[in-house]
Design a protein around this ligand. Structure first.
Ligand SMILES: [Zn+2]
Length: 446
């Protein structure tokens, strides 16, 4: 008998259950995740880990399920400061009468920094380890996420009109190019291009966005077919559906993420299939703004990659991706009139591997597999509300109480320990948030 070589690791996490996401529909019992540096070195049974590994730090999670960190593929992080400010309004009234005036009054580097930190704190606490952002001052968002050790796809904004970030499309594109060059090849930040929507960006800047994406490899994320009104209005003004116009401009491709897509005819579906563009589903925002119902099951059956996002906290009103998954699974069934549509495991895949695929990081993120980056979360299922546990995936998606994120690591670095954030000073952040709330309340009451 030969003695086995003992392998060193930095961290060993022992958990009751593990959902690797890849392979699909799998729940493993009594596993150990070994982390070395920022990567997953191995996933083995605890018995095998005892025999073959020695870790510097061992974390026992006997009532917990481990899964890959969640990927929130669409949001406007700093809008967290507008949470609950204007509810129960249709999209265009909400934008024209509330959100855009408030943004005009308050958006500044400071506002973006505080609002983004608030969003990051909420996302980390609820299991998100990678988020996508499309908002002003992307350089600040990128720096904050990087410094907090959180992964982010940060889309610089592109619109026809001036904003606090720039005078118009020309300046946005110049600043955006510099932004991409600064952050390209960073393990935490994926710089991307964020043309707001077909109705706010004209053909010229969209064509330039496509060229910039081709040249740099940066992804494009755009709000598309969010409402029936958007499509009808475009038909009246241009004679084309926005999707058809995007296709003509060369904007649709495997490096493009189409956010919302509540309106889809056969031709739109064909364009999604042939281009390889991804869809980002934002069910709670669509429901709250009565934007429409995205035919998720139909797109998935057609082979389209559908990821998930919360959208901004002002139209949700939270950034809890687990909550979003529950809504997505329920809504997909109702829309497809099929209770088997979007199972719990499929919903979890949507928030992990599908998200990684959408942002072009499938090789490194989105599943618990040896060699991938160690972005891992643990959910505590010990609560009496969650007993018994036949299938942890079921509780994660369908039970409101099944989302108690107790731990998270990003690249092997702890971000949440026993429910507490390790790298964000929450009391200090709360003071700054309170300050903004006082100012916003005063402006809204004028
Ligand atoms: Zn949005």
């Amino acid at each position: 008998m030969t003695a086995e070589t003992i392998i060193a690791a930095d961290i060993r996490i022992n958990a009751r259950w593990l959902i690797p996401v890849q392979p699909a529909n799998t729940v493993l019992d009594h596993q150990a995740v070994l982390i070395q540096g920022d990567r997953i070195a191995a996933i083995v049974t605890q018995e095998e880990a005892d025999r073959r590994y020695r870790a510097k730090e061992v974390i026992d999670l006997p009532h917990h399920v481990l899964l890959p960190g969640l990927i929130n593929t669409h949001g406007h992080a700093a809008m967290s400061l507008f949470r609950g400010m204007a509810d129960d309004l249709p999209l265009m009234t909400w934008l024209n009468d509330h959100i855009w005036p408030a943004e005009g009054a308050f958006i500044s580097e400071e506002f973006i920094a505080d609002g983004t930190q608030l969003a990051m704190a909420e996302m980390l606490r609820t299991g998100t380890t990678t988020f996508s952002d499309m908002y002003f001052f992307p350089e600040i968002v990128a720096q904050l996420a990087h410094d907090a050790g959180m992964r982010a796809q940060v889309c610089f904004p592109l619109l026809d009109f001036p904003t606090p970030w720039g005078s118009g499309p020309e300046e946005y594109l110049v600043k955006g190019r510099a932004f991409i060059e600064q952050w390209q090849d960073n393990a935490f930040i994926s710089p991307a291009i964020g043309p707001h929507a077909p109705y706010t960006v004209s053909d010229g800047p969209l064509t330039e966005a496509v060229a910039l994406s081709k040249e740099t490899g940066a992804a494009i994320q755009i709000h598309l077919h969010e409402t029936a009104f958007e499509v009808a209005d475009a038909m009246e003004k241009t004679g084309k559906r926005p999707m058809a116009r995007m296709a003509e401009l060369g904007l649709l491709g495997p490096n493009t993420q189409c956010v919302h897509m509540t309106q889809i005819d056969e031709a739109d579906l064909g364009l999604l299939q042939s281009s390889g563009a991804h869809v980002i589903h934002c069910p709670e925002s669509n429901l709250k703004l009565a934007s429409g119902l995205s035919p998720v099951q139909r797109m998935r059956k057609a082979g389209v990659n559908v990821a998930i996002g919360t959208d901004g906290a002002a139209s949700n009103n939270d950034l809890d991706l687990f909550g979003e998954l529950g809504t997505a699974a329920m809504l997909a069934k109702a829309v497809a009139e099929d209770a088997s549509a979007l199972s719990a495991h499929e919903a979890l895949a949507m928030a992990t591997i599908a998200g990684a695929r959408a942002i072009g990081r499938e090789d490194e993120l989105g599943s618990l597999e040896a060699g991938k980056l160690a972005d891992v979360i643990a959910v505590d299922l010990s609560d009496p509300f969650l007993q018994p546990v036949y299938d942890p995936a079921s509780h994660l998606v369908y039970s409101r109480h099944g989302r108690q994120v107790s731990h998270s690591w990003i690249g092997g670095v702890p971000q949440v320990q026993n429910g507490h954030l390790t790298r964000i000073d929450v009391p200090d952040l709360m003071l700054r948030v309170q300050n903004w709330a006082d100012k916003i309340r005063e402006q809204q009451s004028r």
